[in-house]
Structures are given as structure tokens and as C-alpha cells.
Design a binder for this molecule. Structure first.
Ligand SMILES: Cc1cc2nc3c(=O)[nH]c(=O)nc-3n(C[C@H](O)[C@H](O)[C@H](O)COP(=O)(O)OP(=O)(O)OC[C@H]3O[C@@H](n4cnc5c(N)ncnc54)[C@H](O)[C@@H]3O)c2cc1C
Length: 398
């Protein structure tokens, strides 16, 4: 049976980032991905400033930024009146080299990292390797993979479960995944239609509030993406139909004949694993936590998990640091950020767009106007939404 320091299940952004950080740190690593390649899906596209700092420290930022768009400004828009409240991350230019969001599809990061991992003799990425079983003991973890031709086994010191929302590892560990699932579905349509020509001063990232139909309008290099809620009483087929697409674009642009490149339906959850560290098996990314995409916090949190965890694994494996205390600290820090900030903030972000919540829609929007006018509160808000505040809070968790 082959041996490696760390096995990672899943070659999404979190698994590949963790693998790259470990390989750079001198730890041998195997990434096993069930799919034939890194999935080219329409999910994350926003990288926040502290995540960009982390990517820069790993020497990844420059290459990724060449495949993305720099977005210093994001807007809240009131759909009924067209009012715009703009936030400009350039205001944080005194504290970060990256006072902007980078708009780049998540698979660009995963693919780039898979290519780079090929340059490390101590790193391997195996596609069509689905983790189907693991057993841990005091010395390590034996992991079994199903491949197109057989079942293969690897022995490792640690297993990182970066196998996403439906993590089989989390299920086998029997971890509670507490929280809730939204009753509505989310529909994501992408198009190369020039949506910016139909709105005044549209930014690259726009949250459009409306009691009837809120929207997110996001730009990635080649496409606009339109994300909106969809009635779960309708089948996925009906929601993806031409008739539904035509109605949506007619309401948005007065023109239903817009062509789309993708039409994707998501079920959206707010859930957090009750514990991330389980002996030698550790959860990271979507296997550990899920949240709605409003604010772009899910993948960013997963990358923050990966950076925190891999620094500890390098210390444990190369410097003989105490594994149980390091991993328990990872759990405390990262779960606190998730519960206190990401979950609360994403739920609030959705209420803001829906024009719902304890204060009612108009009052919430008035609060946003006031906040935007006040330079102190606006800076606090920018620091919080861009995830600087939660990372600083995590540093204070003993
Ligand atoms: C519409 C939408 C928009 C979003 N936008 C943003 C955004 O702008 N910013 C942001 O931060 N987040 C965003 N997110 C969230 C983001 O997409 C996820 O948080 C992110 O993909 C999590 O990365 P991951 O690597 O943990 O999991 P995934 O990306 O899901 O990767 C998991 C990988 O594991 C593989 N796998 C599964 N089971 C096994 C197995 N048994 N063995 C081996 N491999 C396995 C899968 O094939 C997959 O490749 C968005 C989500 C949605 C739905």
C-alpha cells in the first residue's frame, strides 16, 4: 500500500489550495477527486481582499488575477426605484495591497493549482478516484478509492475532507450538520449579453433588492451571471425552460430573447458541522459549512480554513507539534468565524435583498443609506463584509 503524509478528498478550490500549501510546506500529499477534472461550475466568482493576501503569500495571486477582473466597487440597488448605494473597497487601500474583489471563476483557481502541483515530486492529483471508505487508528488513516478499474488503498497520517456539501466523510463520521435549507431554489443564468448597457453605472458586482424578485448581477471575464430565487414548487426543468428565462430577462431588461450560456439550479443551505476535527480526519470548506452565496463568503471561508489547517499540519508533521491541540484550535477558530460571522451575515444579506426582516424593507434600506454616509461606520462595514474583521476575531480565539 502506498504511503503519504496527507490525503485530501476533493479537488475543488479548498482541496487544491490545501494540497498546494502542504506541498509548498514540504509535506507529501495526495488529492483524490471523484470527477474526471475540476468541475467547471458556475458557483464562486468573488475572491475577497484577505483571501487575495493569502493567495499572494502562496505565490498564486499574480497568475489568478490575470484570469479575473478587479472589482473595487460593489453596489446595492433598489430595483423599484433604481437607487444605488455604492461601496468602494479602495477606501481600504491604507491597509491592504488588494483593496478590491477579484472576480474569477472558482475552477480557474483549482485548475491552476492542479497544474502547479504536477511540479512537486511529493504531490499527486488523481482524478476518477472517489473516496469510498476510510478507517483511522492511532498512527494514521487507511483510505480506499474507487477508480474506473479497481479499488485502491493509501495509508496517510491525516485525511482532509474537502469533498464538498454532500461530503461522504462527514456523513460517515456521523457529524451533526446543524442548520436549515431555504425553501426556495436559486437559479443562476449566465449570458454574454451586454447587461451593463441597460443600467446606469452598473458595477461588476451588484446586489439588487426587491420584495418581488431580488437579483445578483455579477460579472466574470466573459459573462454576466444573474442569480435569483426560484419557486421550489416548479420543477428544475420548468425553471430552466426558455419560457422562464424569457420572462426573467423581460422583467429585467425589457428583452426576453437574451441567449444564455448556462442555466443552473441550486438548493441553498445554512449549516455548520458540530465539530471540524475528528482525530486524524479533518473537515474543511463546504464539507464543514454551507451558506447562501450572498456576499460571496463560502469559498473564501473554505480557503481561510485551508490556510489555517495546513499551517498546523506542517507544524505537526515536520516539527512534531501536538496534533490534538493544534487541530482542536483549528476547529475552535474556524467554527467560531463561521457561526458568528458567515452564517449571521449571509442570512442578513438575504433579508436585505428580500426587503424583509425585523425592521421591514424600507427601514433596512434607510439603515444602509445612513451607514454609507458615515465614514466610520462605512469603513467598519467594508472591513466586516470583506472578511478582515472575522479573521482578526479568529486570531483572538484561544
Ligand atoms: C450560485 C453560487 C455562487 C457562489 N458564489 C460564491 C462566491 O462568489 N464566493 C464564495 O466565496 N463562495 C461562493 N459560493 C460557494 C462556493 O462555491 C463553495 O463554498 C465552494 O465551491 C466550496 O469549495 P470546496 O472545495 O469546499 O467544495 P467543492 O467546490 O464542492 O468541491 C468538492 C470536490 O469534491 C469532489 N468530491 C465529492 N465527493 C468526493 C469523494 N467521495 N471522493 C473524491 N472527491 C469527491 C467533488 O467532485 C468536488 O470536485 C457560491 C455557491 C453557489 C451555489
Amino acid at each position: 500500500m502506498s504511503e503519504v503524509d496527507v490525503v485530501i478528498s476533493g479537488a475543488g478550490p479548498v482541496g487544491t489550495l490545501a494540497a498546494y500549501a502542504l506541498a509548498k510546506g514540504g509535506v507529501s500529499v495526495l488529492v483524490a477527486e471523484a470527477g474526471e477534472d475540476c468541475a467547471e461550475d458556475l458557483r464562486a466568482s468573488t475572491f475577497h481582499p484577505p483571501t487575495l493576501e493569502m493567495l499572494d503569500q502562496l505565490g498564486i495571486y499574480d497568475e489568478l488575477s490575470q484570469q479575473g477582473l478587479i472589482a473595487p466597487i460593489y453596489q446595492y440597488r433598489l430595483r423599484s426605484t433604481g437607487e444605488v448605494i455604492a461601496f468602494d473597497l479602495s477606501e481600504l487601500g491604507d491597509m491592504t495591497r488588494f483593496p478590491f474583489r477579484l472576480q474569477a471563476e472558482q475552477f480557474k483557481l483549482s485548475r491552476m493549482l492542479v497544474d502547479r502541483l504536477a511540479g512537486f515530486p511529493s504531490a499527486k492529483v488523481l482524478f476518477q478516484h472517489r473516496l469510498v471508505h476510510f478507517e483511522q487508528d492511532d498512527e494514521g488513516v487507511t483510505v480506499s478509492f474507487e477508480t474506473p478499474t479497481d479499488i485502491s488503498k493509501v495509508r496517510s497520517k491525516f485525511l482532509i475532507a474537502a469533498d464538498g456539501a454532500n461530503s461522504i466523510v462527514r456523513k460517515w463520521l456521523g457529524v451533526q450538520f446543524s442548520g436549515f435549507t431555504y425553501p426556495e431554489k436559486f437559479l443562476c443564468l449566465s449570458t454574454d449579453f451586454p447587461i451593463e448597457e441597460h443600467f446606469n453605472n452598473l458595477a461588476l458586482v451588484n446586489y439588487v433588492a426587491d420584495a418581488e424578485e431580488w437579483l445578483v448581477l455579477l460579472r466574470v471575464p466573459s459573462l454576466w451571471r444573474v442569480l435569483l430565487p426560484a419557486d421550489a414548487a416548479n420543477s428544475d426543468e420548468a425553471l430552466r425552460s426558455d419560457a422562464n428565462k424569457d420572462k426573467i430577462f423581460h422583467r429585467l431588461l425589457g428583452n426576453g430573447s437574451v441567449e444564455t450560456a448556462h442555466r443552473t439550479i441550486y438548493r441553498v443551505h445554512q449549516r455548520v458541522a458540530d465539530r471540524y476535527d475528528h482525530g486524524r480526519v479533518i473537515l474543511a470548506g463546504d464539507s464543514a459549512h454551507l451558506n447562501n452565496p450572498l456576499g460571496g463568503l463560502g469559498m473564501n471561508s473554505g480557503i481561510h480554513d485551508a490556510v489555517n489547517l495546513t499551517e498546523r499540519l506542517v507544524r505537526i508533521i515536520l516539527d512534531k507539534a501536538d496534533a490534538s491541540s493544534e487541530l482542536a484550535h483549528y476547529d475552535r477558530q474556524r467554527r467560531k468565524v463561521m457561526n458568528d460571522f458567515v452564517q449571521a451575515q449571509t442570512i442578513q444579506n438575504k433579508q436585505m435583498l428580500e426587503q424583509k426582516g425585523s425592521l421591514g424593507g424600507d427601514a433596512k434600506y434607510e439603515q444602509m443609506r445612513e451607514l454609507n454616509r458615515d465614514p466610520v461606520r462605512r469603513r467598519e462595514y467594508l472591513l466586516r463584509q470583506s472578511m478582515f474583521t472575522s479573521l482578526a476575531d479568529a486570531d483572538n480565539v484561544a
